[in-house]
Every structure is written in structure tokens, then in C-alpha cells.
Design a protein around this ligand. Sequence first.
Ligand code: GTP
Ligand code: ZN
Length: 286
Amino acid sequence: MKVVGTIVAAFGRHYEIELDRGGRLTGFPRGKKSPYACGDRVELAPGDDQAQIMAHLPRSSLLYRSDEYRQKLIAANATQLVLVVATEPAFSEELLDRALVAAEHDELSVVFVLNKCDLKDRLPAARAVLAPYAALGYPVVELCALDDASALRPHLAGHLSILMGQSGMGKSTLINALVPGAAAATREISEALDSGKHTTTHARLYRLDTDSRLIDSPGLQEFGLAHLGQHEIETGFREFRPYLGLCRFRDCHHQAEPDCALKNAVTAGAIATRRMGSFLRISQHR
Ligand SMILES: Nc1nc2c(ncn2[C@@H]2O[C@H](COP(=O)(O)OP(=O)(O)OP(=O)(O)O)[C@@H](O)[C@H]2O)c(=O)[nH]1
Ligand SMILES: [Zn+2]
């Protein structure tokens, strides 16, 4: 009889696996490689508290970042990306755009969290930065994770969400507000792998209730998209889609070419200048 489960944490070469039938065990890959990410579904040879991973079930999505040399798996089978930003410190819009391209490529839902809304004097500026994203249809949930994170809960229902954010945005505070006991679980992975740092350096999957789960991911510092082609970067900017294919030149790079449909849309105010700038930077340096 086969046992099926979900990878909830990776400890180097072994994995904590939550079984569909209930309970948890430690799983080991069969070969030398350990190609699994948090959220992956695997089949196990039956065992008591340890088992060998026999098969890797198909993924519905795989979020990863890459540069020329290597790729880093972030999460498998996520259905939603939750991007956490705060009224302070400042955050990188280009990083947000990169994460959005990856999410759009995997057809994930996206929701923004604007945290630290108790810092009232910072709130208008942060709202202004997020306004273009809200205009594109991405929901923005304002909250103060130190106080109350419940405004986010309805957005998590039915999803396997992956939480991403730059260091200092309050992602750990948010996780702790949503998941009692999360702090201890993170510490356990850190202690097993790297001498107990406080910041999140490894992904972990948490169950919130029967139909919502979330994956906490390491602080977002870079998000290389070397695995995506030009067309995938273009379609990752969802507001570009109506204009793609309408430039005078089929191979338009949307830079200095005449009659560029995207640049015309920027001039007409239909595409935000800042998003266009971000797109050009990302397509030049994926
Ligand atoms: N004023 C205010 N401060 C907050 C809020 N949420 C978190 N903070 C503070 O912001 C700082 C960073 O919060 P963390 O939760 O550690 O941030 P993080 O994003 O997990 O950062 P890393 O652990 O470095 O990845 C801490 O000092 C928190 O107390 C909030 O809603 N309001
Ligand atoms: Zn063009």
C-alpha cells in the first residue's frame, strides 16, 4: 500500500512530510539528489517514523528563481503568492515586479499585504507606491501584524499560499499572528541547519485550517528570472498583454524602436512609466 504526503520542511537531505492519512514522518530521497521543494507531493514506502521517498507526484506549479549558473526552488504546488510589504522600511518595486512575473507565469493568484499600517505618517506614501498594483486588480490588504492579521484570512481560504517579502517587512510577525507555534517550528529548522539564526532562511509549510495552508519563504533579496524568455517576461506584466504583437517590428524590444505599442501605451497613460522601466531592466538583466 502506498503512502502519499506533502513536504512541509527540508532539513538538508531529509524532509518532514505530512501524510494525507494524517501524521508526519521523516522522508529520505532514494538517490543522491534531493530535488524536492516545500509543497511537493511524494509517494513513500510505508514506514513508522522514517520512510524512503519512492516517487515524485506531478506539480501544478513550481516557483523558483534562477541566474545563469543555478536555480533555487522556492515552493511547489502553491496556488497564491502573498507579497508582504510595509510602510517602512522602503521596499524594492523591481523585486515586486520580478515576483509578479514569476507568479503570472505559474498562473498564481496574487495578493499584497501592506503591513505596519499603524505607522500613520508613512501610510500615504506606501499606499501611493501600491496604487498602480491595485489598479491592475491585485488586492491590497492593509493590516498591522503586531495587532491583528485577521484581515488576510479570507484571502487565504482555499489556497496554498506562499508568503514572500524582503527582510524587515514583518513577514515573521505575520506568520506568528496567523499560525500559533510557528516561531518554534522555524527555530527547529534553523537549529538543524545553521546554528540558529533568527531570520527565516528556510521554507516551511503550515496548515491554517482544513482548506488553507501557507508556506513561509526566506527573505526576498533577489529574484533572478533567467529561466524565462522575453515573451514570458512581457506577459508577466499583465497590463502589457493587450498590446503584445502590435508593435511595428515583430521582434520589438520596446526600447528605441518606432511605433512601439508598449511605449505608445506609456505615452497615453495606459501603462505606468515605472512598470515600463522595471520591465526594461528585468528584460536586460533577467
Ligand atoms: N509598527 C509595526 N511594527 C511591526 C509590525 N509588524 C512587524 N513589525 C516590526 O518590524 C520588525 C521586523 O519584523 P519581522 O517580523 O522580524 O520581519 P521579517 O519580514 O520577518 O524580517 P526577517 O526576519 O529579517 O525576514 C520587527 O521589529 C517587528 O516588531 C507592525 O504591524 N507594526
Ligand atoms: Zn515594442
